[in-house]
Design a binder for this molecule. Structure first.
Ligand SMILES: *Cc1c(COP(=O)(O)O)cnc(C)c1O
Length: 355
């Protein structure tokens, strides 16, 4: 059987393992070394590590390209923005992840780029903005507004215009969305989220099927030193082994909780794009009550970040960098793999206690 015939679940479990040599471990080993004996692939710890290779192999196979691990999703994003020529235009969602927006605004202020913010769910607006641009940055679904972009149409138009397209695939993961297959040039991940899945890693990655772009990004990583830790890559590889199982369970939970939230008289609005593990909702009692609700739940953890086995929630506007177009009271709920009735009991009790 050829590897490209394998389903994503099988790839998640089997890719990136060492060759089957008698006596060798069948898991990729964790190598702590700042230097290697000359004559092999890599001589120095900033240039490579076997634990990076395992993570990059499995993620690359899942996304259908060649991956590069970075120290965080943020440094992966920065490495990609480094490829934009001086003064080039970058199109990005007005509701991009706020760390991404911070980087874009900083670069625009220094006149390194021209920034064109768009409603990423408005395909015509995005396609128009992409004319003459160097890069279209897509995040879909967006964090935390959960808007969905039409990657295929945008990538088709951008490629005719000679504009590169990158997709932040953190929320969907390659199991729900494969941007390279839809015509995108780059996929970017915060592997700190669903890929590693246990809220114990900060790690990022870029995947591309252009050899030239891969080499340019590898050179950025090596030159800027935004390299991952061996331990982080090893943990993320182990996380990916169960990604499909965690995602199926958390998604089923999210679907059910969204249904119950929409039916509740205490809830003003619940957003869920139909896939993935993130729900964004507002309660009738308002932003202050929403803040109190998130701080006092007993099961769901009041915390930022997302994509772990445990459910977490927070009111996003408690962060000063959050766009002011995100409603004050919007609560982002990252649904984990707990029992759905236990989660609902906690949500209902928390909502009732502040109503
Ligand atoms: C968390 C996140 C990032 C940033 O990743 P880090 O690993 O925290 O640097 C980028 N994009 C999205 C959608 C995220 O959720």
């Amino acid at each position: 059987m050829h590897r490209h015939d394998l389903s994503a679940a099988t790839v998640a479990v089997s890719a990136g393992r060492p060759p089957r040599v008698p006596g060798s471990p069948f898991n990729a080993p964790l190598t702590f070394a700042s230097a290697f004996i000359p004559g092999g692939e890599s001589e120095y710890g900033r240039h490579g590590n076997p634990a990076w290779d395992a993570f990059e192999t499995v993620l690359g196979e899942l996304e259908g390209g060649r991956a590069l691990a970075f120290s965080s999703g943020t440094s992966a994003t920065a490495a990609l923005f480094e490829l934009v020529p001086a003064g080039g235009a970058v199109v990005a969602p007005v509701h991009s992840y706020n760390g991404t927006l911070t980087q874009l605004h900083e670069r625009a202020r220094k006149k390194q780029i021209e920034l064109r913010l768009v409603d990423i769910s408005n395909t015509a607006e995005v396609v128009k903005a992409a004319e003459g641009a160097a890069l279209v940055w897509i995040e879909t679904p967006t964090n935390p507004a959960l808007e969905v972009a039409d990657i295929e149409t945008i990538a088709g138009a951008a490629s005719r215009a000679g504009t590169a397209v990158a997709v932040d695939n953190t929320f969907a993961t390659p199991l729900r969305q494969k941007p390279l297959d839809l015509g995108a040039d780059f996929v970017v991940h915060s592997a700190s989220k669903l890929l590693s899945g246990h809220s114990d890693v900060v790690l990022g990655a870029i995947v591309t099927n252009s050899g030239r772009a891969w080499r340019a990004l590898e050179s950025r990583r090596r030159t800027l030193g935004a390299i991952p830790g061996a331990m982080e890559c090893w943990l993320a590889t182990r996380g990916i082994r169960t990604l499909h199982v965690r995602l199926d369970r958390a998604e089923a939970n999210a679907r059910e909780l969204h249904k119950r939230l929409r039916a509740s008289s205490l809830v003003a609005e619940s957003r869920y794009p139909g896939f993935g593990t993130i729900i964004a909702f507002e309660i009738n009692a308002g932003p202050e009550a929403a803040q109190k609700m998130t701080e006092q739940s007993s099961l769901i953890v009041y915390a930022t970040s997302l994509g772990g086995v445990e459910s977490t929630w927070e009111r996003r506007r408690r962060w000063s960098g959050e766009p002011t177009t995100i409603p004050e009271g919007l609560v982002r709920l990252s649904v984990g793999i707990e029992d759905v009735d236990d989660l609902w009991a906690d949500i209902r009790q928390s909502m009732e206690s502040v109503d």
